[in-house]
Design a binder for this molecule. Structure first.
Ligand code: CKU
Length: 599
């Protein structure tokens, strides 16, 4: 039970937190022989590797950079004398895509899924007041039964090659911080808050998960002063004249959770929460019962050198750029990001559409694999691997919601990106995913998913599952590229067909964009030029104005980002409004002008 705790690590009177980041030992294991040969006790040979970071960026030879298969990490750490009634836990922010964890040669845990945290209990394997050896066997292969979806090809020489069914580089390694935690044996595992706004007051419903039968005490503080206090695992705190959280004034309360037995505090956890409601009503998205229009980006966790490894400076620069051009929202395409992104969004008043790593659920020529078996095409959701994939998908939904549920910035869950939605099998699959997300989120946030162009209004079997539509559309790039006049006609035609269905829900554009090279200028604007990107966005913004049911525009992408090598990718995907080193392309000024003019 404890192991499901998603609480972000903190150091306080009852909890200690030591970050183990730094230079670790690293070794490839293409023959997968390490376990048999005793590598859990220490790597026989190694290079030094920064943690957190993607290993790929550290190599200058192509075999290493494109490596697919098993690889190992190792570090040593000293552990203090064990305190009574405590547990020692290692918390990994994310290890991509799967790993086994060994401590002092003993297997202490394993995890599947490269974008969410997990805990490993090391009480029994740890050596206290002594040195400890932590070794990880990691693997970055892709398959259709795991998220994100892809395939692993084995070349005649035995080399493995990862083919993601997705358009971002298969960056791998230890991407987020590793925390060594000492936690009270009787402790708080999780908590959830949700809100009801009444006249001049707010009710904060709070649920605390713990295995302990000690008294739960919950206190809310406003500017350091007590605002409300209650006792019990499930309770309502009443806040008079609440200071609500919104994009312009992202006010945060402090919440303090305690476990108390015989006047002794057993555990303590402090967090920041924002009081706000989020709902969809008709064609509007309502934040605190007022319509909010989403402006911003689809992003990636991506930068040169760091790869997908979290770095505060990059995140801070990204927020500064987004704020500069008037954005208020981003989608964590195509996976949940490091928790620090959400903490920063809470503080700076950004809205997040939080996406599970369900990307690549479609076969096409772009997948580089034969469609189906024996040349016969099998729909993606009819494959025999689907039940196993669905199990992973539900696990990822659970971990994402349990991790991110208390962030005021998180306004919706995106439960898929561009799957094949045209079969009844897809409907049945996603119906369960959506029902599950609704059931476990105490705030019952809007749920959505991003639909690509084959999800046509006449064919799509999944649009009825979402609370608001998210469209990824490339009229003027993949469709009618270079001909914005024709692109506009086709775009309006599709929008009118969606409108004719009278769904009475908001439409949000979660992707639209065109590859643009930072140094290419052409008059008149043609594809890949700065001028074309401006005209492309101007066309979309003009069309959006004619469809009031459109309640959001998240352009693709915030910045240029790395992809696999491909004939349509020049040093990665170049649809960024900012370059990969976060400098504006010309279109950034058009976006700024446009977004600043929308309330
Ligand atoms: C983007 C068919 C549209 C797929 N969509 C997904 C996203 O991950 C890609 O980067 C399109 C693109 O630029 O092609």
């Amino acid at each position: 039970m404890h192991k499901d705790s998603m609480l972000y690590p903190q150091r306080n009177q009852k909890r200690s937190d030591t970050i183990l980041d730094g230079l670790w030992k690293f070794s490839f294991d293409p023959a997968s022989c390490g376990e048999k040969e005793g590598w859990p006790n220490g790597l026989p040979s190694f290079v030094k590797m920064p943690v957190p970071a993607s290993f790929q960026e550290m190599f200058t030879d192509i075999q290493s950079r494109e490596y697919c298969g098993d690889y190992w990490y190792e570090t040593d750490f000293y552990l203090d004398e064990k305190k009574e009634n405590t547990d020692t836990v290692i918390r990994f922010g994310s290890v991509t895509h799967r790993c086994k964890v060994f401590l002092n040669g003993k297997l202490v845990g394993q995890h599947e899924g490269g974008f969410l945290p997990f805990n490993v209990d090391i009480n029994d394997a740890a050596k206290y007041d002594d040195e400890n050896k932590l070794v990880l066997l990691v693997n970055n292969e892709l398959s259709e039964e795991m998220l994100p979806c892809g395939a692993t090809e084995v070349k005649p020489d035995g080399r493995k090659v990862a083919h993601g069914y997705f358009d971002f580089f298969n960056y791998s390694g230890i991407h987020r911080s590793v925390h060594l935690l000492t936690l009270p044996a009787e402790r708080i595992d999780n908590y959830a808050v949700s809100f009801t706004l009444e006249e001049n007051r707010a009710v904060v419903h709070c649920t605390v998960e713990t295995e302990s039968n000690a008294q739960v005490v919950i206190a809310l503080k406003q500017d350091g002063k007590a605002a409300a206090q209650e006792q019990g695992k499930e309770c309502d705190l009443i806040v008079e004249n609440p200071h609500l959280w919104d994009t312009k004034d992202p006010y945060l309360y402090e919440i303090e959770l305690q476990l108390v037995k015989d006047n002794e505090v057993l555990d303590l956890y402090r967090d920041k929460i924002g009081i706000r409601t989020i709902a969809v009503k008709g064609t509007k998205i309502l934040l605190n019962n007022k319509p909010v229009y989403l402006k911003g980006y689809g992003k990636h966790e991506d930068a040169s050198m760091f790869g997908r490894g979290f770095n505060y400076a990059i995140a801070a620069r990204d927020f500064a750029c987004m704020k500069w051009n008037g954005a208020n929202c981003f989608r964590t395409s195509h996976y949940p990001y490091d928790e620090k992104w959400y903490q920063m969004a809470d503080e700076q008043g950004f809205l997040i559409i939080d996406e599970v790593p369900a990307v690549g659920m479609m076969r096409s020529m772009h997948n580089y694999v034969a469609a189906g078996s024996g040349g016969k095409y099998t729909g993606f959701f009819e494959s025999e691997t689907v039940p196993r994939l669905k199990k992973r998908h539900l696990e990822a939904v659970k971990d994402m919601i349990r991790r991110d549920q208390n962030h005021p910035s998180v306004i919706a869950w995106s439960l898929f990106n561009e799957p094949e939605t045209t079969s009844t099998y897809a409907h049945a699959y996603f119906k369960d995913v959506f029902d599950y997300a609704k059931k476990i989120d105490q705030q019952v946030r809007p749920c959505t998913g991003a639909f690509e162009k084959n999800s046509k209004p006449e064919l799509c079997q999944c649009y009825m599952l979402v609370d608001f539509m998210c469209f990824n559309r490339y009229y003027g790039w993949y469709i009618s590229g270079g001909d914005l006049k024709e692109a506009e006609e086709k775009f309006r035609d599709e929008l009118s067909r969606w409108r004719a269905k009278n769904l009475n829900i908001p439409f949000v554009f979660t992707e639209f964009g065109c590859d643009t090279l930072g140094d290419v200028h052409e008059l008149p604007g043609r594809m890949w030029s700065q001028e074309y990107q401006r005209e492309y966005y101007e066309m979309y913004f003009k069309v959006f104005r004619d469809y009031p049911e459109i309640q959001g525009e998240l352009v693709w992408n915030f910045a240029d980002f790395m992809t696999g090598q491909a004939i349509m990718r020049v040093g990665g995907n170049r649809k960024g409004v900012f370059t990969r080193d976060r400098q504006p392309k010309d279109a950034a000024y058009i976006l700024k002008q446009h977004w600043e003019s929308i309330e």
